[in-house]
Design a protein around this ligand. Structure first.
Ligand code: G6P
Length: 368
């Protein structure tokens, strides 16, 4: 059994460590000369891409959190308005879909019942559908107009890790591809993004080298019943995923908050020694984030700050700090999520639960 886990104790840990490869494989052959080429996978013509008037990301669970990153990516790079919905809401809420709506469904398995139903509904109403999935020949892959496969390889652990980071890569590739066609960014700007994308596998490897210090923080929170994740912008999307990971396998209750919302409720729950994981990787909202951190610090929270290499400021306001390699703000989710996956993993190990098969949960939810 350890052999099929590649020497790791659990599939989840193996899959966390497979992320540099999954990212590399998902990028491979889709970039050349600083450009993204998805022409073999995306049948939309140049004109059709130019005519898209809105995008709907539709997915469940971790894939939904990838879609939330997608909202930022497509609005930033292609200036197309984006909504992101969980599939079980989307399919029953009578969304406004036209022939110029692009629906992007994200599903690791390609078999999630709600996601598949949302895809069918979108097609029925005339939308074009692109699927981002990890399984060639899955239902979602077969029924969508176009498919971008994430080359993460089989994911066994119920808690999704390498599928998520590969979904992010697929989203970046499609975002840059659309930006090239729609011309909202200069070629030089897009090339810079592609260069940074290509550096991600190596940088993900560097994040994994921080494992020991992440493990010790994770074991220290294992006795807690509640904790919070805070972030702004893309860090908020990653915070949601970190919180989900922790809930799924360690059964510690946690909430992820857009840090600016703290004052509107959550601050009332901050008490002495409550762990707060604060992401501060986004330059555009860095100062705002630091003042939010100081607000929770003043109420006695024990804070782990997630910062970018070269940041010497954050440690003044937090109790512990983890630094991920620097990249452009847009791409940080790929690196920032890895410490959060490891925190969930080691908190679960410390509490003695079954990492790969959490109670009540299934890898793929094929019934409603
Ligand atoms: C289940 C899994 C999650 C996954 C979600 C969506 O809840 O436990 O890890 O994110 O389904 O699955 P999909 O295969 O559509 O990405």
């Amino acid at each position: 059994a350890t052999a099929e886990k590649g020497g790791y104790d659990h599939f989840m840990l193996k899959e966390i460590h497979e992320q540099p490869k999954a990212i590399r494989d998902t990028l491979a052959s889709r970039t050349k000369n600083g450009l993204v080429d998805l022409s073999k996978e995306i049948s939309l013509s140049k004109e059709e891409i130019q005519n898209i008037e809105k995008i709907h990301f539709v997915a469940c669970g971790t894939a939904y959190h990838a879609g939330m990153v997608g909202k930022y990516v497509f609005e930033e790079l292609a200036r197309i308005p984006v909504e992101c919905d969980v599939a079980s809401e989307y399919r029953y809420r009578n969304p406004i879909i036209t022939e110029r709506t692009l629906v992007i469904v994200v599903s690791q398995s390609g078999e999630t019942a709600d996601t598949l139903a949302a895809l069918r509904e979108a097609k029925k109403q005339g939308a074009r559908v692109v699927a981002i999935t990890n399984v060639v020949g899955s239902s979602v892959a077969r029924e969508a107009d176009d498919v971008i496969i994430t080359w993460a390889g089989p994911e066994i652990a119920v808690a999704s890790t390498k599928a998520y980071t590969s979904q992010l890569i697929a989203i970046y590739l499609l975002g840059v591809y659309f930006a090239q066609v729609r011309g909202h960014k200069s070629a030089a700007e897009l090339q810079e993004i592609v260069t940074h994308l290509q550096e991600l596998p190596g940088k993900a490897e560097q994040v994994l080298k921080l494992e020991k210090s992440i493990e010790s923080f994770a074991r220290s929170i294992a006795k807690h019943q509640n904790l919070f994740f805070l972030g702004r912008g893309l860090d908020f999307a990653v915070a949601l995923e970190g919180s989900l990971k922790l809930k799924e396998i360690s059964y510690i209750h946690s909430e992820a908050y857009a840090a600016g919302e703290l004052k509107h409720g959550t601050l009332a729950l901050i008490e002495e020694n409550i762990p707060v994981i604060s992401l501060a990787t986004q330059k555009s909202v860095y100062d705002k984030m630091v003042s939010n951190i100081q607000e929770v610090k003043a109420r006695g929270a024990h804070i782990l700050g997630l910062a970018v290499e070269g940041d010497t400021e954050l440690r003044k306001s937090v109790d512990e700090v983890i630094r991920i390699p620097a990249t452009i703000d847009l791409l940080t989710p790929v690196l920032a999520v890895i410490p959060l996956q490891l925190i969930a993993y080691y908190a679960c190990v410390e509490r003695g639960y079954d990492v790969d098969k959490p109670r009540n949960l299934a890898k793929s939810v094929t019934v409603e």
